[in-house]
Design a protein. Structure first.
Length: 424
């Protein structure tokens, strides 16, 4: 977390609005859209500060060369377009959150635009006002107390105040408890781990079937790499001619990259955790790769067939290319996505490696199947497939931490069961 800008004598017009909007953004949108909006914080001496979780040197739009300005504006427009499409879809579903999300800026001024490592960042995306208050109108937070309360003339003057304050303090305490128990959920952060053994399908009833759920499990050759392998190491290894790669088999750098735990091993165990945790009323489909030549649709498994599904995934081997775009088309063909909600969970470690554009395919799927979302679990944390989630209104989960991937995968699967699928 880093501070981008500090603005003196400025305050938020509505103090809780940013928290409320950002909670909705992170709930319904991928992190790439969530990180678009800087986090406002109260600084010292009446200043307003803007912070971000993005890493890199913040640079104002006017400081960039023209080429970088155009690239930044294009990326900003893409993010806002994806956000607009998502809000439109929420409106079609009658989601109350859509009205709140409409308060976000759609055509922001470039004077409020920053670049952080090439990523767009907006400040002043909520109304602000001057923090100055006329001296004749004291602020409730800073107004002086009556002199009797500040400088009492005798102990007797304090004794009669205490009995009056006790009922007031008790009432405030009860009010605080009521607010905590009745309104806690609206202030809780998204993606909180659940202690429950199963992820229940919210608002299930006889008229609303659970959403269709298909998983794409990456079986490309790069899944054999160690879970901590960086993009730099991966490119170095796979850009090497085959004969040279064989000669360097004993190279410490190569051996480190090929050591366990591999991405495949971690993915298999995390997939098992997901299958065992998900609601038994939700059937689970599976798509894997067979190099660039084909994708394999293994069918849809009900609750009784889940042991076979887990056993089959643990028997998978990683080899050859990454037909990610083709696998998206295969998975989309297994669900409705028009009259019935559907989710594809793509468990991948990079971009398409078979000459197709996964971003264009995702955009086409979104136009044909508006009720289908794709969540991306990026086990390499490369961000190369984030566009899939952005185009379809899904979310991105990325990590190279072996201990977090199982939890991360279940959180991505939780999207299948969220209250977004509740219908009145």
């Amino acid at each position: 977390m880093q501070r981008v800008l500090r603005e003196e004598d400025l305050a938020l017009a509505e103090s809780h609005q940013p928290e409320r909007l950002q909670t909705l953004v992170y709930r319904y949108c991928p992190p790439s859209i969530g990180n678009l909006f800087a986090l406002p914080r109260d600084g010292n001496s009446g200043a307003l500060e803007w912070w971000t979780e993005l890493a890199g040197q913040p640079r104002h739009f006017t400081e960039l060369p023209l080429a970088e300005q155009e690239a930044l504006k294009q990326r900003l427009d893409q993010r806002l377009s994806a956000l607009g499409n998502l809000i439109t879809e929420l409106e079609k579903r009658g989601e109350p959150a859509a009205a709140e999300l409409r308060k976000l800026p759609t055509t922001p001024d470039t004077s409020n635009l920053y670049a952080v490592n090439g990523e767009p960042l907006l400040i002043r995306w909520v109304p602000t006002e001057s923090a100055s208050i006329p001296a004749s109108v004291p602020s409730p937070a800073t107004a002086p107390l009556p002199s009797a309360a500040v400088k009492p003339t005798s102990s007797a003057s304090r004794r009669w105040v205490i009995p009056l304050l006790l009922p007031l303090l008790a009432g405030l305490a009860l009010l605080g408890l009521w607010l905590a128990f009745t309104h806690w959920e609206r202030f809780s952060l998204p993606w909180q781990p659940s202690d429950a053994k199963a992820l229940p399908f919210a608002c299930r009833n006889d008229d609303t079937p659970p959403p269709e759920f298909i998983t794409i499990f990456d079986t490309s050759g790069s899944m054999n790499l160690n879970i901590q392998t960086s993009m730099e190491d991966e490119q170095w290894l796979f850009n090497m001619p085959d004969f040279l790669r064989e000669l360097r088999a004993n190279d410490p750098r190569v051996q480190r990259m090929m050591a366990e735990p591999s991405r495949l091993t971690i993915a298999q165990h995390a997939f098992s955790d997901l299958v065992q945790a998900i609601d038994p009323d939700v059937d689970i489909g599976l798509v894997t790769y067979q190099g660039c030549e084909a994708t394999i649709g293994h069918g849809v498994f009900n609750a009784e067939q889940r042991p076979q599904l887990i056993e089959g995934v643990h028997g998978l081997a990683a080899n050859d290319g990454t037909p990610l775009a083709a696998s998206l088309l295969r998975a989309a063909g297994m669900v409705d996505g028009k009259e019935r909600d559907a989710v594809i969970l793509a468990f991948v470690d990079g971009a398409d490696g078979c000459g197709q554009n996964q971003c264009a395919v995702a955009q086409d799927i979104a136009s044909r199947q508006p009720r289908l979302r794709v969540n991306v679990v990026d086990i390499s944390n490369s961000g190369l497939s984030n566009c899939i989630a952005e185009q379809t209104g899904g979310r991105v989960f990325g990590s190279q931490d072996a201990e977090l991937i199982s939890t991360m995968l279940k959180e991505a699967g939780r999207e299948t069961l969220s209250e977004e699928y509740c219908h009145p």
